[in-house]
Ligand binder design. Sequence first.
Ligand SMILES: Cc1ncc(COP(=O)(O)O)c(C=O)c1O
Length: 401
Amino acid sequence: MPISERVAQLGSGVFSRNDARKLVYVQGGRGSGGLNERPALLDLSLGSTDLPPPPAAIEAMAKRLHHPASASYCLHGATLPFREAVAAWAWRRFGITVDPETEVQLLVGSQEATAHLPLVVTDPGDGALLLDPCYPSHRGGLILASVRPTLLPLRANQGWRPDFGHLPASVWDQLKLMVLGFPHNPTATTGDQSWLDGAMARAIDHDLVLAHDNPYVDLALDGEAPALLRHPDWRRQGIEFFSFSKSWCLGGYRLAFAIGAAPLIAGLRQLKSVVDFNQTLALQAGAIAALEQAPHWPQQLREVYRQRRDGMVRALLAAGWSVSQPSMALYLWLEVPPVAKGRGLDSEGCCAALLEATGVCLTPGNGFGPGGEGWLRLALVHPLPELEAAAARMGAWLGQL
Ligand SMILES: Cc1ncc(COP(=O)(O)O)c(C=O)c1O
């Protein structure tokens, strides 16, 4: 059976590997008849929140579901009310005027956009810059487009700041695309506007597209998240992706949008018109309601995540794990403990062993690129008492190693 080389290159993906391990853990408990003896699975491996979306959004969707047009294919023209609501949001959020016709695009997710954009910007064999570590779809999108990735390492001792000077001008000149994302998953670093400004300067100097994946724009806990739209030249060769998954807890509904340079939006729209139609008008009605009626939602989330972050950092330190306080919500980024390294466990081995022994599931850092090796990502997606229970199990496991 012919299967493309590019699909082979995609590999199994860290979330799929973890999924398989979780299944084995849960089934193992059943098979042994010892379900009660095994600690219940505590899944902290996905950035999929337990917090609820705004009722106004769900009500708007439910109401609109009964409308016959919601069952029809939704072509681009019908997304105008959504795009207008996004343009109004951009004005309120960043004080910028955006043309809903040429500069806004509805997306199925910011993940979808990072996977599709390379096909819009590059040709096979071109080069593109990725952060290492980075969200898996950033790399996956390059593989799908047969693009050569250049990795820009992020390092703990540099505060995970991208060092654009690390690359010589000759390398920059070969790049067509740079994909960044701050606040940053998985290192839980908010980043700084000056980092993006530096990236934009390089993009302009070397004539490449800067794509900024920004689903966490509302989830900085200390200070303000950077945004490409704050840069005066974003229209020149920039595009930024925002999502309803994190700010409004609507991850399962698959709603996001891009704001960017008109030729990039036009190209993405053209590409997407081949791939699929748009989300139903019912989902779009919910998204509009979130933007217009629940602008306060992210603020509430931040308060909850702040308590979880502070409580979990305390609990982990008390349990003997080394962890520093992240500046954004949702994740902690933990170094594989030296004692686990001493036992020959890399990030994947450490996650597997921890899950097997305790039922606590984290994400191995290597799933985000080679630069994530030696690290583990923990998502703050359970109430604090459950997170504290996870920390206690993790501490007991460390003690036994
Ligand atoms: C950096 C980054 N981009 C994209 C996504 C996916 O977002 P969406 O649900 O909008 O596809 C995530 C989800 O965790 C993410 O961390």
